[in-house]
Design a protein around this ligand. Structure first.
Ligand code: SAM
Length: 349
């Protein structure tokens, strides 16, 4: 382990002269999102093309390598880890990674290990995730209409997702539903989704489409600013702004009629970078300091170079020092498609 790196329990604040996880703009990196696979059983049209070429397996980090690199981040001060993908639950033996990482929670080094999933495999895995110490999951669900759902996901079965959600509830997992707001596709469903989440005891977050990857059709067609989503909801519900307790990019309201929270993630209409505390690791070990920039740090080479973590830790610290001030997303006619060549399933949502 490199000098200055300790794995002391409790919140670790880098000291001056220490290896710092504080970026040049004073933001402390405490949140890591890890894409454990680029593979997915759905083909959501805004996320990927229908015929995706997936990565060769040799390029993908093994579960042991993922554990090692995630553990290095935790040793440096990351307090929250989210597994994502692709679809994290299609990665073989993913539960063993979750079980292994639990040791950091037990040691007081990690506040939360969680997961973003499409829930297609959640009926199989919910109990195992809960038994491995996971407390909450985010589930992406853009429609409650099985035909619309099938069309957005290009073949996904809503009933399977609903089974997954019931299994999550039965296992005691808290659930937050993520909905990408899509003009002319699910914009008539926001009220129904809000009521349904209220009935189910789920929180809800709306997300604007982000210009990631060439999806072969104009994103502007279906881009819907969340200001319009909020206006629609305000016609049906009483919304009260509440403090953002997560430090994340969501702005939250409380819905008086359901008692539940709604979050709005607005990368395009409301730049949320000032409080950004996160970095994203792909399943090939590329570290993105910002979802909306192409700069990346290769962590696979130092990871595979040997058993010691010194080079890996140096690469992470160097990456933190390159974190940009803000993302470069633009959604406007002619500027959306393929603004970033990588797809969301690679970087991890
Ligand atoms: N398969 C998992 C799931 O469905 O949640 C995890 C990966 S998925 C890439 C994570 C999230 O990213 C999903 O909520 C998805 O809707 C969202 N997403 C994918 N592409 C997006 C884009 N271009 N803009 C905004 N959100 C996107």
């Amino acid at each position: 382990m490199a000098p200055g790196i300790s794995r002391l329990p409790g919140k670790r604040r880098p000291q001056s002269g220490d290896l710092s996880m504080i970026d040049p703009f004073g933001r402390e990196i405490t949140y890591l999102r890890v894409s454990v696979t680029d593979r997915c059983d759905f083909r959501c049209f805004y996320c990927m093309t229908e015929e995706m070429t997936f990565l060769p397996r040799k390029d993908v980090l093994s579960l042991e390598e993922l554990d090692r690199v995630i553990s290095a981040f935790i040793g440096l001060g990351v307090r929250k880890v989210r597994l994502t993908g692709g679809e994290p639950l299609v990665r073989k033996n993913i539960l063993s990674l979750v079980r292994g990482l639990r040791r950091h929670k037990e040691a007081g080094l990690l506040d939360e290990l969680t997961l973003t999933t499409n829930a297609s495999q959640l009926d199989k895995h919910a109990a195992g995730l809960a038994a491995a110490g996971m407390e909450r999951v985010n589930v992406s669900l853009d429609s409650l209409n099985s035909e619309t759902f099938k069309s957005i996901t290009r073949g996904g079965r809503l009933a399977q997702v609903m089974d997954g959600l019931q299994a999550a509830k039965a296992a005691g997992l808290k659930v937050k539903i993520n909905v990408v707001a899509l003009r002319d596709i699910n914009e008539g469903e926001f009220e129904a989704l809000t009521r349904w989440c209220g009935d189910q005891g789920f929180d809800l977050t709306f997300i604007e489409t982000m210009p990631l990857g060439d999806i072969g059709q104009k994103r502007t067609e279906h881009y819907l600013p969340l200001t319009q989503v909020r206006e629609k909801l305000e016609r049906a519900f009483t919304l009260t702004d509440i403090e953002d307790s997560t430090g994340g990019p969501s702005r939250y309201v409380r819905v008086a009629e359901t008692g539940r929270r709604i979050g709005f993630i607005t990368p395009l209409t409301n730049n949320f970078c000032a409080a950004c505390n996160r970095m994203r690791l792909t399943c090939t070990g590329a570290l993105f300091m910002c979802l909306g920039h192409d700069d990346q740090a290769d962590l696979r080479t130092p990871l595979r170079a040997g058993e010691g973590d010194e080079a890996l830790i140096r690469a992470i610290i160097n990456a933190v020092s390159r974190k940009p001030k803000a993302h470069d997303f633009v959604i406007e006619p002619g500027a959306t498609n393929g603004v970033f060549q990588r797809y969301m399933n690679v970087t991890g949502g």
